[in-house]
Design a protein around this ligand. Structure first.
Ligand SMILES: [Zn+2]
Length: 148
C-alpha cells in the first residue's frame, strides 16, 4: 500500500463491483481542499455521543446527606453558558459526563466543549472549568469538517 504509484486506485470486491477509490497521499494533497467541502455534514458526528450516566446522578441524589440541596445549576466559566437546571434544557446546554457517590460531578459545555467540574464537599461546592483541548493529532488528518 505504501508503494502505491498510481494516484488513484479503484477497489473492487470478488464480484467485480466497485467498492471504493483509494488516492495516493500526494494526489490527496492536490484535491483535498475541493473534496472536503463535499463530504456530508454528518461526517464529524461519526463518533457517537456517549450516553449520560443519569443513573449515577440519581444515585448521588438518593444518597445525598450534605447540609445543602444538590443543585442542578451549571455555569461554564469559559463561555458563560448557564443553566438553572441542566436536565430541563432542550437542546441540552450541558451534558453530564460523570457523577460519583464521592460528590464529583462533571459536565461538558455543549457550546465550547469545556469541562465543568463540581466537587461537592460537606458544606460547600467547588466549581472549576477546564477549557477544551483538541486531543487529536493534527498530523493524522482525517479531513472532517471544513477544509483547512
Ligand atoms: Zn462553555
Amino acid at each position: 500500500m505504501s508503494q502505491q504509484s498510481e494516484p488513484v486506485l479503484f477497489l473492487y470486491d470478488s464480484e467485480q463491483r466497485l467498492q471504493g477509490v483509494l488516492v495516493s497521499p500526494e494526489f490527496w494533497e492536490l484535491i483535498k481542499d475541493r473534496v472536503c467541502p463535499l463530504l456530508p455534514a454528518a461526517a464529524p458526528a461519526a463518533v457517537p455521543e456517549l450516553p449520560e450516566p443519569l443513573a449515577d446522578w440519581e444515585t448521588l441524589g438518593a444518597y445525598w446527606d450534605f447540609t445543602y440541596p444538590l443543585s442542578s445549576e451549571v455555569s461554564c466559566g469559559q463561555c458563560g453558558q448557564h443553566s438553572a437546571d441542566w436536565q430541563a434544557d432542550e437542546p441540552r446546554k450541558f451534558r453530564l459526563r460523570t457523577a460519583t457517590l464521592g460528590g464529583l460531578v462533571t459536565f461538558q459545555c455543549q457550546q465550547c466543549k469545556a469541562k465543568i467540574i463540581k466537587r461537592h464537599f460537606k458544606d460547600k461546592v467547588d466549581t472549576e472549568t477546564q477549557a477544551h483541548h483538541e486531543t487529536k493529532d493534527p498530523k493524522l488528518n482525517a479531513c472532517y469538517g471544513p477544509a483547512r
